[in-house]
Design a protein. Structure first.
Length: 291
């Protein structure tokens, strides 16, 4: 049975959220509705909707126009075995000592690496994206320099690959991972179990540092936040409050053109820039909380 996708873009998050909420009541009922920032620095957002039966294009156009969006682009989605596709396309990733792989590549894990198993069906945050790769490399460099953390948080954890990496190289460290998306939290917990780290890494659904389970464990020696420019800037004061003096933060999810704005926000909040790495169009920042 074919499925259908409908995509449009809007100039700001508020309008995109309003349209996405309105789509929830659309008939025929969508099987999924998403709202995402387009990662090109424009501030524009995309609303994507999926249907099991073909929706009325006129009704879609009227709803889009009412929210200041362009007409939805409606497409038929071909039937694809996405798990098999991902397994074919996603090869193991090496980031410093870390080796990120799927279970289908278990026989390819070399000796002398820190292996991190991420199931191929759970493809966001696998290490293939430059930002995740860069965060793993930044962690490896800190450890190689002799720096250690005893208390680690991974904010917006996705698959929890960064939290697992810290737990793997620092067996005595307390590590917690959180995400605002309940699906991501389920994915993270599944990956923790697959790597034998359920007892080592706490995992919870939370927005930034709002949950008591995160606040009660602060201050942290190391915080990962691989999210987006806007949330990173908004998070800066809370990040400063939750990071111990002399602690580090590893930030990514931002384009190179956005790095100066994020660095400036964190310097204002009490951090000192330590390093700025780029991979393609993406930036990875390491900053230290001033003593």
């Amino acid at each position: 049975m074919p499925t259908y996708s409908a995509l449009t873009t809007l100039d700001n998050r508020e309008s995109a959220d309003a349209l996405a909420e309105a789509m929830e009541a659309f008939e025929p009922a969508p099987t999924g509705v998403g709202c995402f920032e387009i990662e090109d620095g424009s501030g524009r957002h995309e609303v994507g909707v999926y249907f099991e039966e073909r929706p009325d294009e006129i009704a879609l156009a009227l709803l889009a126009a009412a929210h200041g969006a362009g007409p939805f682009v409606l497409s038929e989605v071909p039937e694809t075995d996405w798990v098999a596709h991902v397994r074919r396309e996603l090869q193991p990733v090496e980031a410093g000592r870390f080796f990120v792989y799927g279970s289908h590549d278990a026989d390819r894990v070399p000796a002398g690496v820190v292996p991190l198993l991420i199931e191929a069906a759970m493809a966001f945050g696998t290490g293939h994206h430059a930002t995740t790769l860069g965060c793993l490399q930044a962690l490896d460099r800190l450890d190689a320099e002799g720096w250690r953390a005893a208390n680690v948080a991974d904010i917006g954890c996705g698959t929890a690959v960064l939290a697992m990496a810290a737990a793997a190289i620092w067996p005595e460290a307390a590590v917690i991972a959180s995400d605002i998306d309940p699906v991501a939290v389920d994915v993270a917990r599944a990956n923790l179990a697959a790597n034998g780290l359920t007892e080592r890494v706490g995992c919870l659904e939370a927005a930034e540092f709002d949950a008591s389970g995160l606040r009660s464990r602060a201050p942290y020696d190391l915080v990962f936040a691989n999210i987006l420019k806007g949330p990173l800037i908004e998070l800066a004061p809370a990040m400063a409050a939750a990071t111990a003096p002399g602690g580090r933060v590893i930030l990514s999810g931002l384009l190179t053109t956005q790095s100066s704005a994020v660095t400036g926000a964190y310097e204002t909040a009490g951090f000192v820039a330590q390093s700025h790495e780029t991979i393609g169009d993406w930036s990875i920042l390491v900053l230290e909380r001033r003593q």
